[in-house]
Design a protein around this ligand. Structure first.
Ligand SMILES: [Zn+2]
Length: 241
């Protein structure tokens, strides 16, 4: 979707909903929570592209390749925890009709060439899938899928393109486990109000197979349920409900 093709009123409405609700009065972050330190920036990976099955995708693939080389180290840095070793190379493969916009496996991202032909500005899909390559969590029943997708969309929508329009979260219907943009928005709000390093903490727990909902309380002093209630109450206040 191209922003400049939208009517001005619709664009304004979409951009407005990208904002997060304010923090509750008791939720102002202490100065110490801003002291979350980033790991050193790793080297850019070698990025290979394969457009054998979709030659027309080559110009987009070349741009995506540069984006991947630029952003992969930043995503590694945003999620880096002790002992994490980022992959040194990745591959972008383009094919028609793969049944999804894109998916990630091992060190490879497969992207639907028809999707990007119809959505030529959707480079954010590469960011989301690159996050999955870096997550690459070991299998564990304790690692919830909603959180894995929420972290990938947090990196995409709140780190790579926070200004981009997106579907608003409906506080009366949404659940924290809805994953993708809903969970991502909640993670962004909780990070900003309570703990700047929250997503890194959650990522480490998923990597260590030690995730449990109590991690939210350990990091913020409030349970996951209480945080979700504060977040959705803030959304309702922002919309005058
Ligand atoms: Zn995903």
């Amino acid at each position: 979707m191209m922003l400049n093709s939208l009517p001005a009123a619709l664009l304004a409405a979409l951009l407005a909903v990208a904002a997060l609700p304010g923090c509750a009065q008791t939720a102002q972050p202490a100065l110490a929570t801003y002291a979350d330190r980033l790991a050193p920036l790793p080297a850019a990976p070698k990025v290979e592209i394969d457009v054998t099955a979709a030659p027309a995708a080559k110009p987009w693939a070349e741009r995506a390749s540069r984006l991947a080389a630029d952003w992969f180290p930043h995503i590694c840095q945003l999620l880096a925890t002790d002992g994490f070793r980022p992959p040194k190379a990745l591959k972008l493969t383009f094919k028609p009709k793969i049944g999804a916009p894109a998916y990630a496996s091992g060190s490879e991202i497969t992207i639907d060439s028809e999707w990007i032909a119809a959505h030529p500005d959707d480079f954010g899909v590469v960011i989301h899938e690159m996050t999955h390559l870096i997550q690459c969590y070991p299998g564990s029943r304790s690692t919830p899928g909603w959180l894995v997708e929420g972290i990938a969309d947090y990196i995409r929508w709140w780190r790579y393109e926070p200004e981009a329009p997106r579907t608003p979260v409906d506080p009366d219907r949404a659940k924290v486990t809805d994953s993708y943009r809903t969970t991502a928005s909640f993670l962004a709000w909780t990070s900003g109000c309570y703990h700047r390093g929250l997503v890194r903490t959650l990522d480490k727990a998923c990597r260590d197979r030690s995730y449990k909902p109590e991690i939210f309380e350990q990091a913020t002093g409030k349970t996951l349920e209480t945080l979700w209630t504060e977040y959705t109450d803030g959304l309702r206040r922002a919309r005058g409900r």
